[in-house]
Ligand binder design. Structure first.
Ligand code: FAD
Length: 438
């Protein structure tokens, strides 16, 4: 009955509503299928309708309508998340916020934007004004600001600026799910209850992101005969405080062989480190690479930054994407290696699993320390085997942030205690993205 009412626009003030099969099906999906475990469990889940507000007033009307009818609401930005975060487990409404796409203000070191702004568009605009995003996911061309803050973690830039929890989100406007939705302006420590919330504690309509001064980045490929040398070079580069940098990504051969657009640029049988650094660092990079038994291969000069396919299109979870394109049997893990023992942990895992686990690291700043975060590509056979690998990692002190679950508590950062309380206050009927907080 509520669908008929919604289609008739009752109380929705012109808000666009879609109930046709193809729109609803398409906007009920995200990139959960990177996980064969999630693929099996989520592929049949679907909303009943899509509401596509174009402004805050329409968001408020949609939430009040859903509350009145007791309908679950799952928010969607661009739907590029990998954990089924945007999948409506219990049907109901998908609230597509991609229409809230206005850049509201570019300040001296921040941008205030509506949640549906694409990060690629924001980066472009910020760069026109002499600034750039501090951190962004490798999906920045499509991903929205709200989707990144509510469903992501970090990405390019995290080696210098940390992740979403490290002061890179300065503020947000959030709507609650109540009879009369409240408009909250969130700042400071309260933001922790909303960052990476999967839209469970409130709906973010505006966000303030910190910016950095713009730089034209040089992109380089360092090549090595073995993985360990590549990773150790990566660590030395990551720790060199004199080199401004945005990306340091060690990747084990044969993963680079899957990067088809770079085929001519990469040497065969070489593990690589993809880096984005300031141009002035080239002599230092050459010396460092030689020190670790390798050399600098392909270079994309700063003047070509963003003018052709960039190296970041092969990093973060794009590395997994290229492996999946080559062979759909691949999937991945998110692994927190110990900065003091990561080489030993790496040797143990390669010794046990060989090519079943192809290594890919991202050096990032976390809690003020440089950390070798792994996104190993895994050759999937069975769920039991996958969880055996996960348990083995954990048994040697490699933390796993499980990408094969949609539960906030089990994957990613885990729901912070404040989030549960905040959910009770902001969403008393539990209608916001139900099933994501266990
Ligand atoms: P969506 O997928 O639409 O939403 C993500 C979550 O946030 C959902 O739970 C949704 O309900 C919720 N949400 C969305 N908008 C709002 C809002 N306004 N208010 C409240 N809740 C909201 N992630 C990274 O962090 N770093 C990476 O480098 C990275 N690389 C990736 C590479 C590939 C190839 C792929 C497929 C994914 C990658 N991701 C990465 C995951 C994802 O692309 C990013 O996190 C992206 O920022 C999500 O944005 P989105 O707009 O697509 O969000």
């Amino acid at each position: 009955a509520w669908k008929i009412e919604a289609e008739a626009g009752a109380g929705l003030g012109g808000l666009p509503v879609y109930t046709d099969e193809s729109t609803v099906e398409k906007l009920s999906k995200d990139f959960y299928w990177y996980s064969p475990v999630l693929d099996r469990k989520l592929k049949h889940k679907k909303a009943d309708a899509v509401f596509a507000p174009q402004n805050e007033g329409e968001v408020e009307a949609a939430l009040a309508f859903a509350y009145r009818h007791r309908i679950p609401v799952t928010v969607r930005g661009a739907g590029t998340g990998n954990y089924g975060q945007a999948i409506p487990l219990e049907g109901g409404i998908v609230l597509d916020l991609s229409g809230l796409d206005r850049i509201l203000e570019i300040g001296e070191d921040f941008a205030r934007v509506q949640c549906g702004v694409k990060l690629g568009a924001l980066e472009k605009k910020a760069r026109e004004e002499g600034q750039e995003l501090r951190i962004y996911p490798s999906t920045y061309a499509k991903a929205t600001a709200g989707g990144f803050v509510c469903g992501g973690s970090g990405g390019v830039g995290s080696i210098t600026w940390g992740n979403l929890w490290d002061g890179n989100v300065r503020g947000a406007v959030v709507y609650t799910m109540e009879e009369r939705p409240r408009r909250l302006e969130i700042e400071g420590a309260d933001l922790f209850d909303y960052i990476h919330n999967y839209g469970t504690t409130g709906i973010m309509t505006e966000v303030v992101l910190a910016l950095a001064p713009k730089r034209d980045w040089m992109q380089t490929v360092a090549e090595f005969g073995d993985l360990e040398s590549a990773v150790r070079f990566g660590e030395a580069l990551a720790r060199d405080g004199g080199i401004p940098k945005r990306l340091v990504t060690p990747i084990e051969w044969p993963l680079p062989s899957f990067f088809l657009p770079l085929k001519k640029a990469l040497s065969p049988d070489r593990s690589v480190v993809f880096a984005e650094t300031d141009e002035s660092s080239l002599p230092r990079l050459k010396r460092l690479a030689a020190e670790y038994g390798g050399g600098i291969g392909h270079i994309i000069p700063p003047e070509k930054y963003r003018k052709s396919i960039g190296l970041s299109d092969f990093t973060w979870n794009h590395t997994t994407l290229w492996a999946l394109k080559a062979d759909p049997a691949y999937t991945y893990l998110q692994a927190g290696f110990s900065p003091d023992r990561y080489l030993e942990q790496l040797r143990t895992l390669k010794g046990m699993f060989g090519d079943e686990l192809l290594m890919h690291f991202e050096w990032v700043l976390g809690g003020g320390r440089l950390l070798p975060n792994g996104l190993p590509v895994v050759r999937f056979t069975t769920e039991e085997r996958l969880y055996y690998i996960i348990e083995t990692c954990r048994s040697i002190g490699v933390e796993i942030y499980d990408p094969h679950t949609w539960l906030l508590d089990n994957g990613g950062r885990g729901a912070v205690p404040g989030m549960r309380l905040r959910k009770k206050l902001n969403d008393p009927l539990g209608l916001l993205n139900p099933g994501k907080i266990g």
